[in-house]
Design a protein around this ligand. Sequence first.
Ligand SMILES: Nc1nc2c(ncn2[C@@H]2O[C@H](COP(=O)(O)OP(=O)(O)OP(=O)(O)O)[C@@H](O)[C@H]2O)c(=O)[nH]1
Ligand SMILES: [Mg+2]
Length: 429
Amino acid sequence: MEVREQVLLVGVDDGTTDGDFERSMEELKSLAKACFMEPVGIITQKMESINKGLYVGTGKVREIKETAGLLEAEVIIFDDALSPSQLKNLQKELNKPVLDRTTLILDIFERRARTREAKLQVESAKLKYMLPRLVGMHEALTRQGGTSGSMSSRGAGEKKLELDKRRIERRIGELSRELEEVSKERRVQRKKRVDARIPLVALVGYTNAGKSTILNAMIDAYAEDNEKNEKKVLEKDMLFATLDTTVRRICTGNNRDFLLSDTVGFIHKLPHGLVKAFHSTLEEVENADLLLHVVDCSDPCFREHMQTTHQTLSELNVGDKPVITVYNKADKCSEPIPFPQSSGKEKIYISAKEKKSIAFLTSIILDRIYADYVWEEFMIPYDKGSVLSYFMDHAHVDSLEHEEKGARIKVKCHKADRDKYREYLDEKD
Ligand SMILES: Nc1nc2c(ncn2[C@@H]2O[C@H](COP(=O)(O)OP(=O)(O)OP(=O)(O)O)[C@@H](O)[C@H]2O)c(=O)[nH]1
Ligand SMILES: [Mg+2]
């Protein structure tokens, strides 16, 4: 059996939001577990503001050191992004490896990255985070090696640090060039889709809300049997199961297809730099016609999770896109909520595990993305075959009858198409 590293978790409660702190520490526990670590204890401190030099108070540092010794913790993990000087000082005081929330998230991202783009993005984010913190990391290593103190070894250490810095800077440069290449390929793909005028719907929301489960259920409902398995994505009860953006075509028939994209989940205290690092995968969200904000409404903290998602979306400058809030896992709520049901145009309650809910969600999506579509009847003369085939390819055709003067079709088409082909409208009176 694999030996798990024992870790001690540390957090500061600044008392700003009720219940926020406990939730954050619980989440840190899950993050540590997702990195295959074993949390053996939690130390917390109530403080109005974080200590600039040490994150916690001086007395607390002593307590952490003693507790870590007692519980045989090998690593100490802090619940915030530590500044380079905090990291350096804590490492020195505690004489043990120190990690922070961001490092854990980056570590999980690294494990989960599958596509070339995700791998490049994670490596770049990690190096950018490490660069200003190298000094602290180096000092800790030198101390552990027992070579601190002598002038000659310090000189050698500084030289090594300089070399490491330069190597990392070079690699960051390479990575951003490679990412630009991948991003270009993605843009070509997107242009093809835009030209084909297929609406793009993006699933967004907190990690573990059920985004991938919804995508898979849609594939189950609307894909051919033989391609179901290869199209599906990973859904799992763990943080950040999805790192790559996957776009799938959902074929509901009658020219009412849409593309559905699954994206990386958001989390509380996700560092700004990391959101930016994922910019190119999140471009699908920026280009979406409609966002489905998936919320796990069985989670007691769902309101805070929604808040985090809203913040992250506005960081991505997509805060004003049309949104449907999908309250998912209604089957798991402690207070039963009837589902599927909608509340106004913007909110629906479903369970991704239920077929009826998926059909309901699909009809709500179609109503929204095809809101600019209108029912019309056209009479298209037989010598205008190209107009007829345009409607057959781009409109939702209800009926087609061949009459003496031409083809009579009843369709739901885009308003722009109705205006363009106004002369063929079959106005009865
Ligand atoms: N009971 C119940 N469980 C659900 C429902 N939807 C999803 N789940 C479960 O919730 C867990 C997380 O689902 P995912 O679809 O992987 O969540 P996600 O939003 O894609 O998560 P990330 O990829 O980490 O961002 C899985 O174990 C699902 O089986 C639901 O409606 N009801
Ligand atoms: Mg997922």
